[in-house]
Write a protein that binds this ligand. Structure first.
Ligand code: ADP
Ligand code: MG
Length: 257
């Protein structure tokens, strides 16, 4: 009879949230995403890092339905969401931000909050976007990200970092369980980077799963539970930040050693 060896450390395996299998997307001859098998952990802050051009944004676009992958599968909590249109993926519980902020520059901050709800929810598309409940929620979220004093400003008149906060607040309007952020700290001043980090931590503590593409390594290493490293359209390493940081494959991908 063989003895059962108890699992070391007693750690339970993380629950899979978002996952891809063989995800592939080419542009002409460029395989931007190349057979990527990726798993992100539910209820955790996951980071997706990698050199410029390694396919991170294309991966996000394939997962969120902005781009149709050539092949492969995307699942959320085990349910197939491959190639579903963006509003269906939003309805499934994934919210996202964009590497280059997507806001309407000539609309006010408050109007930007309301237009996002209207475009992602059938209910609101049928009725008016300006119902009192939405406005109250928008104001509450603007307060939460710290830009409520700017609600009547045109979005083009607030700073880039404040636009990023507006975009994050807009994502929260539809209450997504999973939030994908593409370079939330890119081009943002250090004070606002700190605020974004704090918000991510708080929102995660409320049970939301994050997948964050970010070049700011201090932010990635201090914030994330699980890091996936992309190179040439697929993961080359993954694990806790401390392990990934010292992985020779990661150093090679970044530094070309
Ligand atoms: N719409 C597009 N048309 C043609 N090539 C693209 C397009 N989007 C991305 N690419 C190419 O795909 C590769 C991956 O790009 P991207 O996903 O933006 O990488 P990352 O976000 O990691 O910097 C790059 O070589 C890029 O030039
Ligand atoms: Mg990118």
């Amino acid at each position: 009879m063989t003895a059962t060896i108890p699992e070391q450390g007693g750690a339970t395996a993380p629950t899979v949230s978002l996952a891809t299998k063989g995800l592939t997307k080419s542009f002409g001859g460029v395989r931007a995403v190349d057979g990527a098998d990726v798993t992100f952990h539910k209820g955790k802050i996951n980071a997706l890092i990698g050199p410029n051009g390694s396919g991170k944004t294309t991966f996000f676009n394939c997962v969120t339905g902005m781009i149709k992958p050539d092949s492969g599968r995307v699942t959320l909590d085990g349910r197939d969401i491959t190639s579903k249109p963006p509003h269906r993926i939003a309805a499934a519980g994934i919210g996202r931000s964009f590497q280059l902020c997507r806001i309407f520059p000539r609309m006010t901050v408050l109007e930007n909050m309301l237009v996002g709800v209207r475009s992602t929810s059938v209910l609101h598309r049928l009725g008016s976007s300006r119902n009192a409940g939405d406005i109250a929620k928008a104001r509450e979220l603007l307060r939460r990200v710290g830009i409520d004093h700017l609600e009547q400003s045109e979005a083009r008149d607030i700073s880039y970092g404040q636009q990023k906060l507006l975009e994050l607040a807009g994502v929260l309007m539809v209450d997504p369980e999973t939030i994908m952020l593409d370079e939330p700290a890119g081009g943002v001043n250090p004070a606002l980077i700190g605020r974004i980090g704090t918000l991510v931590r708080e929102l995660n503590a409320e049970g939301r799963t994050f997948v964050i593409v970010e070049h700011n390594m201090d932010m990635v290493m201090s914030l994330s539970d699980h890091v996936v490293v992309f190179d040439r359209g697929r993961p080359i390493a993954e694990g806790p930040p401390s392990l990934v940081q010292n992985d020779p494959r990661v150093l090679e991908a970044y530094l070309g050693v």
